[in-house]
Design a protein around this ligand. Structure first.
Ligand SMILES: Nc1nc2c([nH]c(=O)n2[C@@H]2O[C@H](COP(=O)(O)OP(=O)(O)OP(=O)(O)O)[C@@H](O)[C@H]2O)c(=O)[nH]1
Ligand SMILES: [Mg+2]
Length: 129
């Protein structure tokens, strides 16, 4: 039995009601799909601390605070994930794909045009509701 991976995920919303998404590099788990930026929570870190660190590392944003939005448990078969999803509106900086990945600001009404990992379905439903 593999242990589930605790992942901090950010739904980052700007003042024009656009959400930041990034394309997962092909060699990674669920590669080629779009995601909400984030990454694994390390020992001794809160979810918020992990997310603030990951958003600087991955998309170059300086985040001041995050707010819990929802928790998702999903089993991909090859991997079990616990997505600890936070909303982020309090940030500064210009979003860049620091690791070379594509990043896009997308209107909420356009989000369903993009392909996300299976576990993200409930996040999309929540954002769109
Ligand atoms: N960041 C992120 N990960 C997601 C999302 N949806 C989803 O199923 N995941 C899964 O969460 C897991 C961990 O994400 P990650 O690859 O970003 O972790 P990380 O940045 O810390 O990667 P690393 O430690 O390998 O460098 C992956 O298995 C990924 O498929 C999402 O919207 N955003
Ligand atoms: Mg990541």
């Amino acid at each position: 039995m593999s242990k589930q991976i605790h992942v901090a995920v950010g739904v980052i919303q700007d003042s024009n009601d656009r959400i930041l998404i990034a394309k997962r590099p092909h060699h990674l788990h669920q590669g080629g799909k779009w995601e909400f930026p984030g990454g694994k929570v390390e020992k001794q870190e809160t979810t918020s601390e992990a997310l603030i660190r990951e958003l600087k590392e991955e998309v170059n944003l300086d985040v001041a605070s995050t707010t819990p939005l929802m928790e998702i448990h999903h089993d991909y078969g090859d991997k079990k994930v616990f997505l600890d999803v936070h909303r982020v509106t309090n940030f500064s900086g210009i979003a860049i794909g620091v690791e070379g990945q594509r990043v896009e600001w997308v209107k909420i009404s356009q989000l369903s045009q993009y392909e996300f990992p299976e576990a993200n379905k409930v996040i999309l439903e929540k954002i769109l509701s």
